[in-house]
Write a protein that binds this ligand. Structure first.
Ligand code: PGA
Length: 237
């Protein structure tokens, strides 16, 4: 199984999301049976997707570390049951801006798995060992691990990030090192993945998927990436 996961971050109004859905709907090809495509829009767009693009697998970008209850402003995993199949946890942006700790991420993983939602656990180049060693092997084997060096993230609005994907040799090296210590359902690369470099990463046998952020916001670019991912599965490149 290969994964193509789009992370919308905090982009798009309802109207903009509607335009994206309408544009994609017209041109989206059937996906290869061994390809899972997931869109992770903001929480406020999830129902819109469910109603207007019902075949699309959905993910959330974070989840509450707490069970449902008196946690104003939190979205609990139970709230998202049957709405999303995946959730990104521990994204470097959340570790930085929302000050999420490794134990917060561990609690999010527990909440997600208790509600049949697959965690996509984001780790970075320097801290992956401590970020993952807090989790049990049962939790990790039920999760995807997403390797993403923060400096490889596209930041059109400024901040740390080059907009250049990490070199594939370095990604393979990091993923191989992580695999020597931890088992998971799959190992994914994120950081400036776009249609021009998607096949390079996705065709590598060490890499089970890619997670484009900014590129997933453009409807035509998303469709192009789905076509390229299909092609990788058929031809191997
Ligand atoms: P990017 O974002 O593809 O825009 O670099 C990826 C991510 O940070 O999730």
């Amino acid at each position: 199984m290969k994964y193509l996961i789009g992370n919308w971050k905090s982009n798009y109004t309802i109207e903009e999301a509607q335009h994206w859905i309408e544009a994609v709907k017209k041109t989206l090809p059937d996906t290869h049976p061994d390809l899972t495509t997931v869109i992770c829009p903001g929480f406020h767009h999830l129902l819109l997707f469910k109603l207007n693009l019902p075949g699309q697998t959905l993910g959330a970008q974070t989840i509450s570390a707490f069970p449902p209850g008196t946690y104003t402003g939190q979205i609990a995993a139970t709230n998202l049951r049957k709405l999303v199949e995946y959730v990104i946890v521990g994204h470097s942006e959340r570790r930085t801006w929302a000050k999420e700790s490794n134990s917060d991420v561990a609690n999010q993983v527990t909440q997600a798995l208790d509600n049949h939602i697959t965690p996509i656990i984001a780790v970075d180049n320097d801290n992956w060992f401590s970020q993952l060693s807090i989790l049990s092997s049962e939790e990790l084997t039920a999760s995807l691990i997403m390797y993403e060096p923060p400096e490889a993230i596209s930041r059109p609005d400024g901040g740390v990030g080059s907009g250049e994907a990490a070199p594939k040799v370095e990604v393979v090296k990091a993923i191989t090192a992580i695999k020597q210590e931890f088992s998971a359902k799959g190992f994914i690369y994120g950081g400036s993945v776009k249609s021009h470099n998607l096949s390079e990463f996705l065709s590598d046998p060490n890499i089970d998927g890619v997670l484009p952020g900014s590129a997933s916001l453009k409807a035509d670019e998303w469709v192009k990436m789905v076509l390229l991912a299909n092609q990788v599965l058929v031809t191997g490149h």
